[in-house]
Design a protein. Structure first.
Length: 246
């Protein structure tokens, strides 16, 4: 079974379009228009055009594209803020809110025309965001799944809690986990394909593959194709196979 995957997006609409172009080229070479494309989450924050990213995804899905979009921790924070001005993600330090400049929420709101969000009271910003962010965008965020599972692969934003059955995984881990997952070398049965933790280049660790190559910080966005358990990064000149370390 063939699937495609795209790492963290972070408001980088141009890079997302480029990733889809590389996928389109691979589709043409394989004569395959039906393989799903899994977006690994973090649609928003840090980059300049979260609004454009969500609109592109909504339009593509609405037109029948075989796209699946997973929820990342930044998507959860954006959703939480839209639902209540006092939202505090339980995995953030109490003094660190979504409007802190380090998290990139101000760039997300700016893409909707809400300026200087980190310099005003959160309630004032929230009031303005209610009129600026389309209801369809909030509903989209609310409906994002946390995982996509095939016979061979677990697609998830951050990772899974090792040793816990998939039906008992919790959202906090699926969108935030690092400790306890990144340093665990045991087989998870299926190969885990994830983002969330930035690596210089897409990397195969044997039991997992990390596709977050730092688009949120101006670095490249990775698109990959997975056939069985074989993973290939899609580059301008075609496929490059990712090989595990052993």
């Amino acid at each position: 079974m063939r699937t495609y995957a795209i790492g963290d997006i972070h408001g980088q609409l141009g890079l997302l379009r480029d990733a889809h172009e590389r996928i389109a080229a691979d589709r043409a070479a394989c004569d395959d228009e039906t393989a799903p494309v899994i977006h690994l989450g973090d649609l928003c924050d840090r980059g300049p055009d979260t609004r454009g990213v969500i609109e592109l995804l909504l339009e593509g899905i609405g037109a029948g594209a075989p796209w699946i979009v997973l929820k990342g921790n930044h998507d959860r924070m954006f959703q939480g803020f839209l639902e209540t001005p006092d939202f505090q993600d339980p995995r953030l330090r109490p003094e660190l809110g979504w409007l802190d400049p380090r998290l990139g929420g101000t760039e997300t709101l700016r893409s909707y025309g809400v300026e200087d969000a980190d310099q005003r009271a959160s309630r004032e910003v929230w009031d303005e965001a209610q009129g600026a962010v389309p209801e369809a965008h909030l509903r989209f965020l609310q409906g994002l799944p946390l995982m996509h599972v095939t016979d061979e692969i677990i697609y998830v934003h951050a990772g899974i809690r090792p040793g816990v059955p998939l039906d008992r995984q919790v959202e906090d881990d699926l969108v935030w986990i690092r400790d306890g997952f990144l340093n665990d070398n045991r087989s998870h049965g299926r190969l885990v394909v994830h983002g969330h933790t930035v690596v210089e280049r897409a990397t195969h660790f044997g039991n997992r593959v990390d596709l977050d190559t730092g688009a949120g910080y101006g670095d490249p966005m990775t698109a990959a194709v997975i056939e069985g358990r074989d993973v290939y990064v899609l580059e301008e000149d075609g496929r490059r196979k990712l090989r595990p370390p052993y």
